[in-house]
Ligand binder design. Structure first.
Ligand SMILES: [Zn+2]
Length: 237
């Protein structure tokens, strides 16, 4: 009997087909096999499948995995939107926020401290001192209001120093608590960045392992189909 006329029963559709178009179960890719077993649980390693049925299942498999992928992508998109909605942006201007909470006295202390630590203050102070000394030295022969050794000037300077010291300390305390607030904020931003990076890592892992593998499976199926087409061309000639 001619080998090409030998007929084998396809275990899926039950039709008798020639050996050329019947594929043994061992040659079916595991991914496609799974799909066939879902609909035909009795199908096993000894069975055969005709090419028409096999190609139908291959098409189903490719379509199914593409749909699944689209589903996964939309889930990812949802997660991104959700995370954007939930944990908004943490970055904010601490200075502005802190300035909103300050009282009038604290703001005055800041202004006094920053004026006291400027060249403007030093120049002004030097001018006032030299004017005071000059007036009282020139007018020394007539009637100076604060004669040498300028005791009134000493009193004024002592008072100024007494007031300036606590004002500067107040301002320093405020600066310190501002720094603490800033450090806390920095920590929160860093933590969020770390979490986002971890998030990104898991997304990349999904892309690299999961989808890459699926693409490879689809490519294998395509290679199988191409081989079959090539074989058919050889048989015809
Ligand atoms: Zn069949």
């Amino acid at each position: 009997m001619d080998k090409r006329l030998a007929r084998i029963r396809c275990d899926i559709c039950g039709q008798l087909v020639t050996t050329g178009v019947a594929v043994p179960a061992a040659f079916v890719r595991p991914a496609v096999m799974e799909l066939i077993l879902k609909q035909h649980p009795h199908w096993n390693d000894q069975c055969h499948i005709c090419l028409t049925d096999l190609n139908r299942y291959r098409g189903d498999y490719v379509q199914q995995s593409l749909e699944q992928e689209r589903g996964e992508l939309s889930v990812l998109e949802q997660q991104v939107v959700e995370s954007l909605r939930q944990h908004e942006i943490l970055a904010e201007n601490v200075n502005e926020k802190y300035d909103e909470q300050t009282t009038f006295g604290e703001r005055t202390a800041d202004a006094v401290a920053s004026f006291g630590g400027s060249w403007k203050f030093i120049i002004l102070f030097a001018t006032v001192l030299s004017t005071w000394i000059t007036i009282n030295s020139i007018a020394i022969l007539s009637r100076p209001f604060d004669p040498y050794p300028y005791i009134l000037l000493n009193l004024v300077l002592s008072c100024l120093a007494t007031i300036q010291a606590p004002v500067i300390m107040m301002s320093q305390n405020r600066q310190e608590s501002k720094d603490r607030l800033r450090a806390e904020h920095d920590y929160r931003v860093n933590l969020k960045a770390e979490l986002e990076i971890r998030h990104l890592h898991s997304k990349l892992d999904l892309l690299l392992t999961h989808q890459w593998q699926r693409l490879l499976e689809i490519q294998q199926l395509q290679t199988d189909l191409l081989e079959e087409i090539a074989n058919r061309g050889v048989q015809k000639t």
